[in-house]
Write a protein that binds this ligand. Structure first.
Ligand code: HEC
Ligand code: HEC
Length: 303
């Protein structure tokens, strides 16, 4: 009897091991296909301005669009931006013209392809780089941003090659990891025409894209992508969520000072109010407020 039970256990265990091995191989092969896929993008050129005021505007855009949050304040990137055995290693690229920097070899078209489409010089999809947020950026803003990137001081910082770990491969194949922004884009479509700057709901929606990476595509908040369980979730920015607590003045104050209407502090580690509030103009903050108040009230806290 005991031998029979042991035999059954042995069979179950060995089948399990075989199953796990097979699943591992399937996940590896499928993820390799996704990350090695080559994309050809016919990149429409963008005018790169040279005036100092336009370059300074590009510098401001690099802050409000989050470039400095991931690529560091000097834009030379972080080798350990994402690093750990289960997830792999994804350095945020060095964008300067120093050693290891993309600026050394990038043409204007390379900049547009990388930022707007999330595709590198070799034609492979960039990882984690949120080009789906930049696809809709106006040619004018994109041009200013590139103009600025071409002038930043050279920093020598050579990053190790990127590499995808087993956990990220599994999540990618399971459709739970937005690794490749290029997969979400229609590469044959022209980028949408951006609304003209102004205090309008449409322009507010253009600006708010920069909040969507954390507050969700519908701005209903929820856990931050890739965050450890238990870390603060992004707030629901619709009138069904926190926006019902905010007057326009309180909203502007919260982004400038990090203080909420009830007097408590927004934790800066989670919500980059300093970099956002420090660079967005009053008019842009008003426009964002107008946009969030125009959203359908949602009471779900999930993106
Ligand atoms: C959420 C983090 C994040 C944000 C925000 C972000 N990037 Fe990136 N970016 C990355 C990572 C990570 C890589 C490296 C991707 C890779 O090697 O696959 C990258 C790669 C790039 C590359 C391509 C380098 C190459 O190897 O071809 C360029 C150019 C770039 N980013 C520019 C920008 C600009 C400009 C902005 C702001 C408009 C920006 N990034 C915002 C994370 C980010
Ligand atoms: C890097 C991620 C990230 C980005 C980008 C981001 N937020 Fe947040 N935000 C958070 C998180 C996380 C919280 C919740 C912090 C907490 O309350 O613990 C938060 C909280 C807030 C709050 C306070 C809500 C409350 O409790 O009253 C406001 C207002 C807000 N964000 C507005 C914005 C706006 C507007 C933008 C874009 C201009 C933006 N956020 C961009 C992560 C982000």
């Amino acid at each position: 009897m005991l031998r029979k039970i042991l035999k059954v256990i042995a069979i179950v265990l060995s089948s399990l091991i075989v199953l796990i091995l097979v699943a591992g191989i399937v996940i590896y092969v499928l993820s390799e296909q996704r990350i090695n896929k080559l994309y050809t993008v016919s990149v429409a050129p963008v005018t790169i301005p040279t005036a100092e005021t336009e370059i300074r505007e590009g510098e401001r855009l690099a802050k409000i669009r989050g470039c400095t949050s991931c690529h560091m304040a000097d834009l030379a990137g972080d080798s350990a931006f994402i690093a750990g055995a289960p997830v792999g290693r994804i350095p945020s690229a060095n964008l300067t013209s120093g050693q290891g920097g993309r600026g050394q070899t990038f043409s204007d078209v390379d900049w547009v392809r990388a930022i707007r489409y999330g595709v590198n010089q070799a034609g492979r999809g960039l990882w984690i780089m949120p080009s789906h947020e930049y696809f809709s950026m106006s040619n004018q803003d994109l041009g200013r941003l590139i103009a600025y990137l071409k002038t930043i001081p050279a920093v020598d910082r050579v990053h190790p090659p990127r590499q995808l770990g087993p956990l990220f491969r599994t999540l990618l194949v399971a459709g739970q990891l937005p690794l490749l922004a290029v997969e979400e884009l229609d590469l044959t479509a022209a980028p949408p025409t951006a609304p003209p700057p102004g205090e309008t709901v449409e322009y507010g929606s253009y600006l708010a894209v920069t909040c969507s990476g954390c507050h969700g595509a519908n701005y209903t908040g929820g856990p931050l992508p890739g965050a450890d369980p238990g870390s603060p979730e992004a707030a629901n920015l619709t009138p069904g969520g926190v926006m019902k607590n905010y007057s326009e003045a309180q909203f502007i104050a919260a982004l400038r000072t990090g203080i909420r209407p009830d007097g408590s502090a927004i934790p800066n580690e989670a919500m980059p109010w300093q970099v956002l509030g420090g660079s967005l103009t009053d008019s842009e903050l008003k426009t964002l407020y107008m946009f969030f108040q125009s959203l359908p009230a949602s009471s779900v806290d999930a993106s």
